[in-house]
Design a protein around this ligand. Structure first.
Ligand code: NDP
Ligand code: 2IT
Length: 482
């Protein structure tokens, strides 16, 4: 690996020759500077790894971003001077709290609540809440870190944050979920606000939970500050399109990548992992645009429906009845259920959309997908592909739409919900959908430009990291050391 930026070296060298300065001495100084900038990434990473040694998912997310930043750091000594990498990887604030609640058998249960306010330099902290038994501080930190760059890419004024709990909503009654949410909000409310930190949904947190959370916030605060949360119901300030936005945005982004490469989404075969909010609306939009989605999953296994997945059945099973995906076969006898959710990637497809959770596609799955001729992978979930798999997919010329860019539609619609709440007005579905589409197209354009500018060719993984990073880094520098 050559760490010298040839362009900078040549320009600086010519400048020296021009002025008859001792070129040799100058050149050595410049070489040293460039090498120093490169070792800056390694040194920062080393410190970040030491400081976060119990959080492997967070380290994975940081390594992935820093990998793309090599030419940026090489070109911009001001980022080294400002020690921006170490600062950007340290959350501004991390809050961990006890959440006691009473279950239906009157037993007292205790969960752990989290909110990581990662970076507020371009707007109020913004990011979802995840309720899942696997949640611990490392998961919240990786999600909050990713959110900084995603929110920056959206072009909207939102900082990065994330939260959640190890509470498992599965199998709980509505009353239990309500009591948990009320207890969670009693503590969280003191840390959030419309101009401070604006949570929303993520895994295990949808419209039902946001309703209970907002009800408690309003009761405690005694004010109708409804832009404190997004993903609200339409009766109390929710936005049209927010429910569909992540899935729709993902498909708009994938469509844009295909178009850029002179390909069409029509008639392409799609496989989608997950069957929650993101997966359902990705399925709906992909089919609306003429693709055929033949498989979806949940944590127990996957459904293969050669006739094409029926969105209405998914909605009924998952959104209304909260049942397992295996029940799909009761309604569609041609479909089959197979245990083991990761086996879904054995199915041959043109478009693979991981929309469940992190580290879904590892190197084994990536090899199978490539061998089966996959054209594009669109990350609906956050960090669904391991770093080893990312490298393999890019080396094998798969078009990879990274989560920070491809699933930014959800948080973008959230920011549009905040705008509507601020002006106390609601826009039409068509208006918001068209804004969403434009946002996704702009993210693609900006990521493609950044990738080209920093020597990656057409690599949207690198481009998204760079474009997302630069805006936040510049804002941090302009705001001084904090
Ligand atoms: P949901 O809770 O609605 O659905 C999650 C789906 O993924 C379910 O089918 C669930 O299966 C499956 N899943 C979750 N965890 C696991 C696991 N550990 N192993 C296997 N399957 C799992 O969540 P969303 O659809 O909202 O979120 C999906 C992904 O998209 C997440 O990575 C989230 O961070 C990301 N995302 C979500 C956004 C949003 O607006 N909702 C915005 C941007 C990204 P089961 O029901 O069996 O647990
Ligand atoms: O990962 C994400 O971007 C989300 N879960 C949505 C966050 C939001 O604030 O809408």
């Amino acid at each position: 690996m050559c760490y010298y930026n040839k362009e900078v070296l040549i320009t600086k060298t010519l400048f020296c020759v021009d002025r008859q300065i001792d070129t040799e001495v100058k050149l050595n100084k410049i070489k040293k500077e460039v090498l120093f900038n490169m070792s800056y990434i390694q040194d920062s990473l080393k410190k970040i790894k030491q400081r976060n040694s119990s959080d492997p998912e967070f380290i994975q997310a940081v390594e992935e971003v820093f990998e793309s930043l090599k030419p940026v750091i090489e070109k911009h000594p001001e980022y080294v001077e400002a020690n921006i990498l170490e600062r950007i990887a340290e959350p501004e604030r991390q809050i961990i709290f006890r959440v006691p609640w009473v279950d239906d058998d009157r037993k007292i249960q205790v969960n752990r609540g989290f909110r990581v306010q990662f970076n507020g330099s371009i707007g109020p902290y913004k990011g979802g809440l995840r309720f899942h038994p696997s949640v611990y501080i490392g998961i919240v930190k990786f999600l909050g870190f990713e959110q900084i760059f995603k929110n920056s890419l959206s072009g909207l004024p939102i900082g990065g944050g994330k939260g959640g709990s190890d509470f498992n909503p599965k199998g709980k009654s509505d009353a239990e979920v309500m009591r948990f949410c009320q207890s969670f909000m009693i503590e969280l409310q003191r840390h959030i606000g419309p101009d401070v930190d604006v949570p929303a949904g993520d895994i295990g947190v949808g419209g039902r939970e946001i309703g209970f959370l907002y009800g408690q916030y309003r009761r405690v605060r005694g004010a109708f500050e409804n832009s404190v949360l997004t993903g609200k119901g339409l009766t109390y300030g929710g936005s049209l399109v927010r429910t569909e936005a992540t899935g729709y945005g993902l498909i708009y982004f994938v469509e844009e990548m295909l178009k850029h490469n002179k390909l069409d989404i029509k008639d392409k075969v799609c496989v989608i992992s997950g069957s929650g909010n993101v997966a359902i609306y990705a399925t709906e939009k992909a089919q609306e645009l003429g693709a055929k989605v033949i498989a979806v999953s949940d944590s127990s296994g996957y459904i293969h429906d050669p006739d094409g997945i029926k969105v209405e059945t998914l909605q009924k099973l998952k959104e209304v009845e909260r049942k397992r995906i295996s029940e799909y076969v009761k309604y569609h006898p041609n479909a089959t259920f197979t245990e083991g959710w990761k086996n879904i990637w054995n199915i041959k497809c043109d478009i693979a959309l991981p929309c469940a959770t992190e580290n879904d596609i590892g190197i084994e799955e990536a090899k199978i997908l490539v061998a089966n001729g996959v054209i594009v992978i669109g990350e609906g979930a956050n960090m669904p592909t391991t770093n080893e798999a990312i490298k393999y997919l890019l080396d094998n010329k798969v078009l990879l739409a990274p989560a920070k860019a491809a699933n930014a539609g959800g948080v973008s619609a959230s920011a549009l919900e905040m705008s509507q709440n601020s002006i106390r007005y609601s826009w039409t579905f068509e208006k918001i959908d068209s804004k969403l589409k434009n946002i996704m197209i702009n993210i693609h354009t900006n990521a493609a430009k950044a990738s080209e500018e920093y020597g990656f060719g057409y690599n949207i993984v690198a481009g998204a990291n760079i474009a997302g990073f630069k805006k936040v880094a510049d804002a941090m520098i302009e705001q001084g050391i904090y």
